[in-house]
Write a protein of this length. Structure first.
Length: 390
C-alpha cells in the first residue's frame, strides 16, 4: 500500500471517530437547506391560501353599500373589521388590509364629489403583501369604474383618458421566477462544502501539531507530498460527502413542497443534481486544500479555526456580490471561485443554456488553486520552524 493510501486510511478513521463534530456538521449543513426549503414552502402555501380566500375587511361597511356591492361582484369576501382594527394590524394579529369608510361616503358619491378612502396595512408584514396588493387593485378598479360612469353621464368618452395603453410583457420564464426562490440551493451547497471540510482540515493539521503527532509522522522516511495528498484526500472526501448529502436532502425536500404553484416553479431534478455535482466537486477539492493550508499556519486548534473562519466568510460573501452590483452572468464571473459556481448553478435552475466552457473554466480554476495550495503546504511541512513552533 502506498504512503498516500496509508495516510488516507489513518486520517479517515480518525475523522470518523469524532462523532460529535460530524453530528454538528450533518445537522447544520445537511438539514438546514432542506428545512429552509420546507419552511419556505409552508409559508408560501399559507400566503396562497389566504389570498385564495379573498377576504376584504371593511370598517363602517354600512356607510358604503355601493362599494361593498362592487367588492362582492369582484369576488371579494367582505367582512366587518374588528373595533380595534388599527391595533390588530400593528400587532400582526390581523394580516389583511382594512378599508376605512367615511360616514359621508354615499352622500359624496351621489354629489359627484371626490371620496377619500383610507386603507390601513402593515407593509413590513410579508405574509399580508399579496392580500394588500389585491385589495388596492380592487379599489383602483372601483375608482376607475366610477370615473367612467361620471364621464359618460357628462357625455364625455372614457377614451379621452386612455391616451396610452400599456401591455406588460414579463420575459422571465416560470423556471427563472422559481430560481429566485432557489437561490438558497447552490448557496447552501457551497457552504456545505466548507462545513464538511473545515473541522477535518483543522484536525489533520493544527490538531495534530497541538497533540504532537505530526512531527513523528513527518520524521518517517516518506515524501511530504504523499502525506499532504493523503490528508487532503480525506478532507476533500468529507467535503464532497456533505455536498452530495445536502443536494440529496434538497431533492427529498422538493417532494414535500406543499404549494402546487411553488413545486411547478422550483425545478430541481436529476439533471440539475448532476450539474451541481460537476460544479461542486472541484470546488470541494479546492476548499479542502485551502482550509488545510490556512490551518497549517495555526499554532493551535483555536488559531486555526480563526484562519478557517476568514475563508468561510469569503465563501459566504462572494456568491452574493452580483446581487449588490446588479450584474448577472457576466463572463468574468467564471474566473471567480464560489461566484462562478453560484452563477452557473443559478443558470441551470433558470433552465438557461450552460456551455462546456461554463463547466470547464470554474472547475479548472478550482483544481489549479487546489494544486497550488497543496504544493505550498508540502513546502510548509518541510520547514522545521513551522512544524516545531507551538
Amino acid at each position: 500500500m502506498s504512503t498516500t493510501a496509508v495516510v488516507f486510511s489513518k486520517e479517515l478513521k480518525d475523522a470518523l471517530r469524532d462523532r460529535r463534530t460530524w453530528m454538528i456538521v450533518l445537522v447544520t449543513s445537511i438539514l438546514a437547506g432542506p428545512l429552509t426549503l420546507l419552511l419556505l414552502s409552508i409559508f408560501i402555501s399559507s400566503v396562497e391560501e389566504s389570498a385564495a380566500k379573498r377576504e376584504v375587511y371593511v370598517a363602517n361597511a354600512s356607510a358604503a353599500p355601493t362599494l361593498v356591492n362592487f367588492l362582492q361582484r369582484a369576488g371579494a369576501n367582505v367582512k366587518d373589521a374588528p373595533a380595534d382594527y388599527e391595533a390588530q394590524v400593528k400587532s400582526g394579529r390581523l394580516q389583511n388590509a382594512v378599508i376605512v369608510i367615511p360616514a359621508e361616503f354615499e352622500v359624496k358619491l351621489a354629489a359627484g364629489e371626490t371620496i377619500r378612502l383610507q386603507v390601513m396595512f402593515d407593509e413590513t408584514a410579508t405574509k399580508s403583501q399579496p392580500i394588500t396588493r389585491a385589495t388596492l387593485t380592487t379599489l383602483r378598479g372601483f375608482s376607475r369604474e366610477l370615473g367612467i360612469q361620471r364621464m359618460l353621464a357628462r357625455g364625455v368618452s372614457p377614451q379621452v383618458l386612455a391616451s396610452v395603453e400599456i401591455d406588460e410583457v414579463n420575459l422571465a420564464s416560470s423556471q427563472a421566477r422559481g430560481a429566485q426562490l432557489l437561490f438558497l440551493v447552490p448557496w447552501l451547497a457551497l457552504l456545505g462544502s466548507v462545513a464538511g471540510a473545515i473541522s477535518v482540515a483543522i484536525d489533520v493539521t493544527a490538531g495534530e501539531r497541538e497533540r504532537g503527532s505530526l512531527e513523528p509522522l513527518l520524521m518517517n522516511p516518506v515524501s511530504t507530498s504523499q502525506v499532504v495528498l493523503g490528508k487532503w484526500a480525506v478532507v476533500a472526501l468529507c467535503s464532497a460527502s456533505v455536498v452530495v448529502l445536502t443536494l440529496i436532502g434538497f431533492m427529498i425536500a422538493m417532494l414535500f413542497v406543499r404549494s402546487e404553484n411553488l413545486s411547478a416553479l422550483m425545478q430541481f431534478g436529476l439533471d440539475e443534481f448532476a450539474l451541481f455535482l460537476v460544479m461542486l466537486l472541484p470546488f470541494s477539492a479546492m476548499i479542502a486544500a485551502l482550509n488545510m493550508l490556512a490551518a497549517t499556519y495555526g499554532r493551535s486548534h483555536k488559531e486555526a479555526q480563526t484562519y478557517a473562519t476568514y475563508l468561510a466568510m469569503l465563501v459566504n460573501f462572494t456568491p452574493i456580490v452580483p446581487l449588490f452590483i446588479s450584474i448577472r452572468d457576466a463572463s468574468w464571473q467564471l474566473f471567480v471561485p464560489a461566484m462562478a459556481q453560484q452563477s452557473v448553478m443559478m443558470r441551470a435552475l433558470r433552465s438557461e443554456a450552460v456551455t462546456s466552457s461554463d463547466l470547464f473554466v470554474p472547475g479548472a480554476i478550482a483544481l489549479a488553486i487546489a494544486a497550488v495550495a497543496l504544493i505550498a503546504q508540502a513546502r510548509l511541512l518541510s520547514n522545521e520552524r513551522i512544524i516545531f513552533s507551538r
